[in-house]
Design a protein around this ligand. Structure first.
Ligand SMILES: C[S@@+](CC[C@H](N)C(=O)[O-])C[C@H]1O[C@@H](n2cnc3c(N)ncnc32)[C@H](O)[C@@H]1O
Length: 286
């Protein structure tokens, strides 16, 4: 999505697809091939995670950088830097413990690993194929001594991770590929692994019109759907208006685990900036 795309557009509608094809005739054949491949993969994998894992296997075999959404190395580097610089501005410290959900081939992850103390980065992904490329990135960047954890997962229950461990959880361009039940599962469990006062940032493809999906690869949500989902799990959610200033097509929500949750007495300053430092609380965009 271009940074200033029309947020009311429904990409699943036939009219939109025909107009798009007329404007970009060169993209018709690749789109037809992708549609056929996805139909075949969906027939073989009924479960969304299994299906998307197969999509990633197919995409990563062709080009691991394109598989995580970057058309070339320059964009891959720029998108990683954008994520890293943003979190740094929001107070990510070397002593923080960070979980990256859908870490891909460490486009941003290698920068987080470099910044954080040894063993403080934990990356998870559903795709073994992309995790192989994540290991390659680690080697290319000479970050072995930082001992990051890279783990494949089947779901987002996060059941193998300890309570109240992470200061920061990050998921970039993951919910844009996730149906509601996957997001719900993540929001139902992320509070347990967050430190009191810790935060979870995720990007999403935002629509101000009807929620829809394309090829079950790209999902478009209204902001209030996701903030309400977070609230239903006892989490505070805020739309990050400062992220909108960056040249990126997705929007960002920050979910906070209230410092008083689960009876903990931990102080907010244990985890860095208060929400007022970044999120535009109460902003009802979309
Ligand atoms: C577009 S890529 C982005 C990767 C990385 N976050 C980045 O910015 O470079 C999406 C990644 O999320 C992973 N993914 C998709 N759904 C997931 C899920 N439910 N749980 C964990 N990872 C998931 C994919 O395998 C893929 O590596």
């Amino acid at each position: 999505m271009s940074p200033h795309a029309d947020r009311t557009r429904n990409r699943a509608e036939l009219g939109h697809r025909l107009r798009y094809a007329a404007r970009h005739p060169g993209r018709i054949a690749p789109h037809v091939r992708r549609t056929a491949r996805d139909l075949w993969l969906r027939a073989r994998h009924r479960d969304h995670v299994a299906y998307y894992r197969a999509v990633m296997a197919s995409d990563a075999a062709r080009d691991p950088r394109a598989a995580v959404g970057s058309r070339n190395n320059e964009r891959w580097l720029a998108l990683g830097a954008m994520q890293f610089d943003y979190l740094l501005r929001h107070g990510l410290r070397p002593d923080h413990h960070m979980l990256e959900i859908g870490c891909g081939n460490l486009r941003a992850g290698w920068r987080f690993i470099d910044h954080l103390d040894s063993g403080h980065y934990y990356g998870i992904d559903i795709s073994p194929d992309i995790l192989v490329h994540a290991k390659r990135t680690l080697v290319e960047r000479g970050l072995q001594s930082k001992l990051p954890h890279l783990t494949m997962t089947d779901d987002l229950t996060l059941d193998f991770l300890p309570d109240e461990h992470f200061h920061v959880v990050h998921a970039h361009s993951v919910f844009s590929h996730s149906p509601p039940e996957v997001i719900d599962e993540c929001l139902a469990h992320v509070g347990r692994v967050l430190r009191p006062g810790g935060w979870f940032d995720f990007t999403f493809d935002r629509t101000e019109g009807r929620e829809h999906q394309v090829l079950r690869e790209d999902f478009y949500y209204r902001t209030e759907t996701l903030t309400a989902l977070a609230a239903s799990h006892g989490l505070e959610a805020a739309f990050m208006s400062d992220w909108e200033e960056l040249p990126h097509g997705q929007s960002k929500i920050r979910v906070l685990r209230p410092a008083t949750a689960r009876g903990s007495r931990a102080r907010r300053e244990d985890v860095g900036p208060a929400p007022a430092d970044g999120p535009d609380a109460g902003h009802t965009d979309g």
